[in-house]
Design a protein around this ligand. Sequence first.
Ligand code: F6P
Length: 546
Amino acid sequence: MKNINPTHTSIWKKLKKNYETTKKIHMFDLFKKDQNRFKKFSLLFNNKILIDYSKNRITDSTFKLLLNLAKNLRIDIAIKAMFIGKKINQTENQAVLHIALRNIKNNPIILNGINIMHDINHILKKMEKFSNQIINSEWKGYTGKSITDIVNIGIGGSHIGQNMVVEALKPYKNHLKIHFLSNIDGTHIEDILNKILPERTLFLITSKTFKTKETIINAKNVKKWFLKISKNKKSLEKHFIAISNNEKEVNKFGINTKKNLFKIFNWINGRYSLWSAMGLIIVLSVGYNNFKKLLYGAHDMDEHFKNNTFDQNIPVILALISIWYNNFFKSETELILPYNQNLYRFSEYIQQIGMESNGKSIDRNGKKINYQTGSIIWGGVGTNYEHTFCQLIHQGTKLIPCDFIVPVTNNSTYQENNYYLIAHFLSQSQTLAFGNIKEKKYKYIDYCFNKIKNSIPYKKLIGNNPSNTILLNKITPYTLGALIAMYEHKVFIQGAILNIFSFDQWGIEYGKKITNYFFSVLKKKKNTHCDSSTNGLIKYVKNWKK
Ligand code: F6P
């Protein structure tokens, strides 16, 4: 990967100039001038996902310049480097190969001289066999009864994506009841333990490192609770499964690593791991065949991403549009707005992918960055968000680019509702773009400075708020896989252009370590040597705990 400060390139300077003129243009005019705008600025993915990026504040020349930015920064080299397993996660000295996990056509992928597809396929087979045993009630718990509940114990990348997919694919779910235990807050564990019977529950401990405090403490508590009832250490074998890279720690925990460990690899990052054994909970929830379809969808998006020129490349175009707002319009945030109840965790997932990957301020040369990197990503589910923060996007002072995500069909019996839902999404994206301006010869600047005097200002919506619209024909495992992979690659391209390392997370790692210190302090093992604020807080905590 090249190490180029994007802001020092001539193309960046041209984009800056372009911004000075484009910022004064209203989308209303862009659409009026060009009847072909939708056709020109939309792309269809396998006739299943439509990406309409025409409602953005870009002109033809902006678009050309953005594409040239990607070309000049040799983003093609970055893409190739990822696909051939170069160690692009340089600060952790690792390749980044989540694309291998969904390499469904099984083309060899060589890493350190070894075709990693053998190991991947071996684990997939193990996942298939195991999940079939559980789903078909062949696997029995320690009292001889079948499994009815699965608890996934994990956090961050070992939880969020899996949870989002399980929820999104609810219509494909089988009879097993799925629970996610992530928070160290004791109320979370209590909530879940109150709902399950140990003899009928399987626990998946999902932790790449098997050292994350939240996960390990929760897992230890669950084990204690379980053994108190089963009263037999051997019973653990029927109920505790580990998904990890740390065999030693799994063994120490008391899990049989030969039978009950599903390995994940060094070259998979937590937040990109739902395609690996970390996705076992997905397989258990919707079955192996549906999991494979999820992989297929992601794989087809990988192929699209790898093979298409930038002007036809969905993740690249979405990344460039984000950079346009983040670095030129200086918009601080991006909104993810799925109009689908089952996608209610989607924005949280994209938040993790985007913010954990691109929340960096040191460039790939080790230098402090003096331009903006990752945006703040937030979201809500349509239509509920329309009744919370939507007003601010329409009439507030901030520019907030939005991604609308709308599945057009579903199997609900309430089809009329679905029409209303889509009508809502259309009304929001249209109004955000064009406001409620009726003037025929409308000009944005005229309006802002002159016409506002002649109307009721409080009721005017001036529009010009940008959005992408992502229309899915339906949420299926295939389309969901493609959608997730699309965002993964978008985030990677943003990072590649902004010259940062997107696959480490040292900020979080440090936070994890420092927690141990404060735990000891709270348990009185250590004295505090902190700032007066932290010392003062600790004093109160200790007093109130008494
Ligand atoms: O959230 C921070 C993080 O380090 C993620 O990168 C990772 O997915 C998560 O913690 C959990 O880590 P582990 O799988 O090792 O428990």
